[in-house]
Design a protein around this ligand. Structure first.
Ligand code: ADE
Length: 421
């Protein structure tokens, strides 16, 4: 079990972590402003906040904000490979926040860290993928009644929570932060778009220009990835199961085809569907020698790694950092990045701070909303529109962008049906 109060790789890394956290903070003006307001207003006073998030510089600035707002904050990782050990150390040593997270921890340690967080009996939880809430509904069931609300950061988590609601299994109110426009339209699209390509380039150093990049899934993440890959000069193929999204991809100028056809021609495969076995045995066997595979979805289920481990004639781990080579029975070699886990966080440092500024500003204001006033009913809630407008307006102001406002005449026109041709 984790040491008392924290479990991080090495507290000596704290000074480096603190510098990087401060650097990220310079790119997060909206969150910084909210932190100043929180410090004055103390909206989270009396709350114990258990956060299960990717332990990055940007998350550190969110946790500082929640603490400034009066919450007692405890944090664990939401993915075994996304923890930045220097950040975890700085949170403990410089910011006094207990953290349970070690980069590349095994499954047992990962879950023990979630248990360590829940055993502090949080009154608000914050999740990225709903692992903490799942554990709260199983091993820690008796504590659910003490949880005022949980915030969910990612698409996969919201899908799991809606499934719990559908089955009547949900026992706490949750706020679908992912579904806020100020989150998914920016973080999922521009954040994942840039950081996924960043992860691939950091791990492999390959030239994207002139390569054939296959993007599985044309949700907000897939759109961002496809657009950024095209921007770097790739020929982009999109695979989809949804006819409307497939049509959108085609009209955006991407080639659209089933994965079984794309498998033969792709140089780089990026899965961003949120579903399992998107890249599996029928595809592996058709791929070119040297094909590169990675996953941009939340869980490591999109590439059938178990099959690759069992059926490859040779597996070479870390042929260069974060790249595993699988020699297939047909003697071709394919490369998997970051063990098939989130490539942007496993092989790079996740989304840039400028976009996490919006996601985490939305998180912080949603936490304030859930903490104040009457407790929310038990179900999945949307983030209130006023919060979205506030975050977008603050971000525009921080970027020095001014926009128009409707005149009274225009407002009247929009609310009437009498004027026509
Ligand atoms: N998810 C994606 N990028 C992230 C980042 N930089 N910090 C926290 N969570 C993230």
């Amino acid at each position: 079990m984790p040491k008392n109060g924290h479990d991080v790789r090495d507290l000596a890394l704290a000074p480096l972590g603190a510098k990087r956290i401060e650097w990220a903070d310079r790119q997060m003006p909206v969150l910084r402003l909210i932190r100043e307001r929180f410090a004055k207003d103390q909206p989270l006073k009396g709350q114990r906040l258990g956060a299960c998030l990717h332990v990055t510089c940007e998350t550190a600035n969110l946790l500082r904000t929640l603490k400034a707002g009066g919450a007692e904050v405890i944090c664990c990782a939401s993915n075994p490979l996304s923890t930045q050990d220097d950040v975890a150390a700085a949170l403990v040593a410089e910011y006094g926040i207990p953290v349970y997270a070690i980069h590349d921890e095994n499954r047992d340690t990962y879950y023990n860290h979630l248990r360590a967080t829940l055993s502090q009996r949080p009154t608000i939880t914050m999740d990225d993928g709903a692992d903490l809430v799942s554990l709260l509904h199983t091993e820690f069931r008796e504590q659910a009644a003490d949880v005022r609300a949980s915030m969910e950061e990612t698409t996969t988590g919201v899908i799991r929570l809606r499934a719990m609601q559908q089955e009547g299994a949900l026992r706490i109110p949750v706020v679908a932060v992912n579904d806020a426009q100020t989150k998914h339209l920016f973080d999922n699209r521009y954040g994942t778009g840039q950081s996924t390509l960043d992860g691939i380039i950091r791990a492999t150093g390959v030239l994207i220009a002139g390569s054939v990049v296959v993007v599985a899934g044309f949700g907000w993440c897939g759109r961002g990835i496809a657009s950024r890959a095209r921007g770097l000069g790739a020929e982009v193929i999109v695979t989809e199961v949804d006819p409307i999204r497939a049509l959108e991809a085609a009209m955006e100028g991407f080639r659209v085809m089933p994965m079984i056809e794309a498998a033969k021609i792709g140089d780089i495969f990026i899965s961003a569907t949120g579903d399992r076995s998107v890249l599996g045995p029928p595809h592996f066997n058709l791929m070119k020698d040297g094909a590169i595979l990675c996953n941009a979805g939340h869980f490591d289920v999109e590439i059938d790694i178990a099959y690759l481990n069992d059926s490859s004639s040779r597996v070479e781990r870390n042929i260069t950092q974060n790249v595993d080579a699988y020699v297939l029975p047909n003697r071709r070699t394919i490369y998997v990045l970051g063990q098939g886990r989130l490539v942007n966080l496993a092989c790079a440092e996740g989304h840039p701070a400028q976009v996490m500024d919006m996601s985490f500003a939305t998180q912080a204001l949603a936490a304030r909303w859930a903490a104040l006033g009457e407790p929310l009913p038990v179900r999945v809630h949307e983030v209130p529109q006023e919060i979205e407008n506030e975050v977008a307006s603050l971000k525009l102001a921080a970027m020095g962008i001014r926009i128009d406002t409707l005149t009274d005449e225009q407002k009247k026109y929009l609310s009437s049906w009498r004027t026509g041709t």
